[in-house]
Design a protein around this ligand. Structure first.
Ligand code: ADP
Ligand code: NI
Length: 225
């Protein structure tokens, strides 16, 4: 599926097209689960949700394309760098300040911050982007991304001696060093209940069920069964 350019004004479509190129170039060599294809899937899913929820497609397009533009995880925990980089790219495209404010607010809110930390999305556009981003963290693709990320950080697949932790602060979540299997209990299996939109909830149910099966089987095989 391609961008719904026909639903944007020609000027908006031009900005979205230019940003797609810019983001694609920047993410070409990324291999920790935040590659261009993650952005593309989130963009597509966010637009699908946005249509169903009647959200603003221009804001959703820009926020989806820019949501991971500079992730705190790869910038010493700096949470301001994402919104700041996005704003600079949007200014280069002469996007109006009101739109920039809406997009950067979404980017600020998008990240998962720990099992015990609420992550409200203050606009319907933000809900669409946050749901789409989280849908890409669960199901078959979510499983693949988790182990790719874990590998990039030298994390164990599984460590039966360390229990999962339900982090109650972003700081604790950000600095945790647990196994990738623990990440399922600390984040991935919790996401279905944190979806905002009805369409997001529907899509999450099937992906969640698949992940539950995967974890069950993983633990069985770990025991040699
Ligand atoms: P999102 O794009 O959903 O905000 P993140 O940026 O937190 O996700 O992480 C990118 C990908 O890496 C996601 O699929 C996520 O589940 C995975 N990931 C993040 N932290 C860990 C971790 N500690 N162990 C394994 N996978 C992780
Ligand atoms: Ni993302």
């Amino acid at each position: 599926m391609t961008a719904p350019f026909t639903e944007l004004t020609p000027a908006q479509a031009q900005v979205v097209g230019a940003l797609r190129e810019e983001v694609q170039t920047r993410f070409r060599h990324e291999s920790t689960g935040h590659d261009w294809w993650h952005i593309e899937r989130v963009y597509r899913t966010a637009l699908e949700i946005a249509r169903q929820e009647k959200a603003d497609l221009y804001i959703v397009s820009l926020a989806a394309l820019l949501h991971d533009i500079a992730d705190h995880k790869f910038h010493d925990g700096d949470e301001q760098i994402g919104p700041a980089t996005a704003a600079a790219l949007l200014r280069q495209q002469e996007v109006d300040e009101q739109t920039i404010a809406a997009v950067t607010a979404i980017i600020r809110e998008v990240s998962y911050k720990g099992a015990g930390v609420p992550t409200p999305a203050s606009s319907i556009e933000g809900q669409a982007v946050q749901d789409a981003d989280r849908l890409d963290a669960i199901g078959a693709i979510g499983i693949a991304r988790a182990f790719a990320y874990g590998g990039s950080k030298q994390r164990a697949l599984h460590d039966p001696s360390s229990a999962p932790q339900l982090h109650s602060s972003f700081e604790a979540y950000k600095t945790s060093q647990g196994s990738t299997l623990n990440h399922f209990y600390e984040k991935l299996l919790l996401l279905k209940d944190r979806m905002h939109t009805e369409s997001g909830k529907r899509m999450a149910a099937e992906r969640h069920a698949f992940m539950v099966q995967f974890v069950e089987r993983f633990l069985k095989e770990w025991e040699g069964k």
